[in-house]
Design a protein around this ligand. Structure first.
Ligand SMILES: Nc1nc2c(ncn2[C@@H]2O[C@H](COP(=O)(O)OP(=O)(O)OP(=O)(O)O)[C@@H](O)[C@H]2O)c(=O)[nH]1
Ligand SMILES: [Mg+2]
Length: 326
């Protein structure tokens, strides 16, 4: 049962009602309210949280331009061919330095407005004041509660925050491409540790086999795999290898279920979610409030003048904005 009748929150109630009848407009509205930190968000989140747990959450990460969105597009086709529904969340880097359309030829996943079993939403990865958006976990929960069979989350794996997003996934697909010097860099960034399935995309490129060998050799170094991540070659732009890739992803999810490891992943996502909420209630709140009342500017001035140590200032801000609250 969704939200009880007595709850006087009309906005939340109509959205919950929309979830019950699988109205995509209700999901779109809920995401916007959560992203904007609306006063209705909490009611919606609390209610929808009870209904999550159905979706298989797949994280897709990799360097800019390796073909993640193109792959997502072909994965949607594969998922639909199995008769399953899918929600896609694309977390876009919105930093003026790193992101948005780094490459001019970036692909946008088609929204497929005619297919009501597919829903696409793009999120900015940075919140106000340059902080990382703290809503990804909540938004994944909304998608899950809406009842999609699969939720795909695409992020550009360039920074820690993007890697952190992968903690919400049950299965992580790391996408690489030959000819970008990507193999070595990716290994440095620790991306090898987070992948459950690896994909060498752009296999139409002559260096693809070499990239696969490098990756396989690196994976061989770890002999203690519970699950040895497979490496699949794809040409996403032609849909080649995608059925096999989708098969491996499902094999990984089944492996987790059969070995009682899915709970670990779910627990990892709960920890990430808790962290997200704690940071929002503390770090983000302190920054927002001290910014709006001018304290932050004064604090920064003190720091640049070398009058106070950041630790002392941090304690003062915590005292001022968190401890003094009722
Ligand atoms: N040759 C070739 N090109 C591909 C392949 N897959 C994708 N592309 C092209 O590579 C470019 C980038 O693809 P995207 O899907 O936007 O890559 P992305 O990883 O989502 O990029 P960002 O979201 O910007 O990080 C586009 O021009 C695609 O058409 C492939 O298998 N072979
Ligand atoms: Mg993309």
């Amino acid at each position: 049962m969704y939200l009880h009748e007595s709850a006087g929150n009309q906005v939340a109630e109509s959205i919950i009602q929309g979830f019950r009848t699988r109205k995509r407009a209700a999901l779109a509205r809920a995401v916007t309210l959560v992203e904007n930190g609306s006063i209705h968000a909490q009611d919606i989140l609390e209610e929808t949280f009870k209904h999550r747990g159905r979706s298989r959450v797949l994280g897709i990460t990799g360097s800019p331009g390796v073909g993640k969105s193109t792959l997502v597009d072909s994965l949607i086709t594969a998922i639909r061919e199995h008769g399953n529904s899918v929600g896609v969340i694309a977390v876009d880097p919105s930093s003026p330095f790193t992101g948005g359309a780094i490459l001019g030829d970036r692909v946008r996943v088609r929204s497929r407005t005619t297919d009501d079993q597919v829903f696409f939403r793009s999120l900015a990865s940075r919140g106000h004041l340059g902080g990382v958006s703290r809503h990804t976990g909540d938004i994944i929960t909304l998608f899950d509660a809406f009842g999609f069979d699969y939720v795909l989350v695409e992020t550009v794996g360039t920074g820690q925050s993007e890697v952190d997003i992968m903690r919400y996934a049950h299965s992580v697909l790391v996408v690489m491409a030959p000819g970008l010097g990507d193999d070595i860099q990716a290994i440095k960034a620790g991306i090898l540790e987070i992948g459950d399935v690896f994909c060498v995309n752009k296999a139409d490129h002559p260096d693809a086999d070499r990239a696969v060998s490098v990756l396989e050799a690196m994976l061989e170094l770890n002999r203690d795999w519970k699950w040895r991540p497979p490496v699949i070659k794809t040409v996403a732009s032609q849909g080649k290898g995608v059925v096999e890739l989708f098969g491996k992803i499902n094999m990984h999810l089944e492996f987790l279920e059969q070995n009682n490891l899915l709970e670990e992943r779910v627990s990892r996502s709960h920890i990430a979610s808790l962290e997200e909420n704690i940071k929002r209630e503390t770090v983000d709140r302190i920054f927002a409030r001290s910014h709006s009342d001018g304290t932050l500017d004064r604090a920064l001035k003190q720091l640049s003048e070398g009058k106070t140590h950041p630790a002392a200032l941090a304690r003062q801000l915590i005292q001022l904005y968190l401890c003094s609250e009722k």
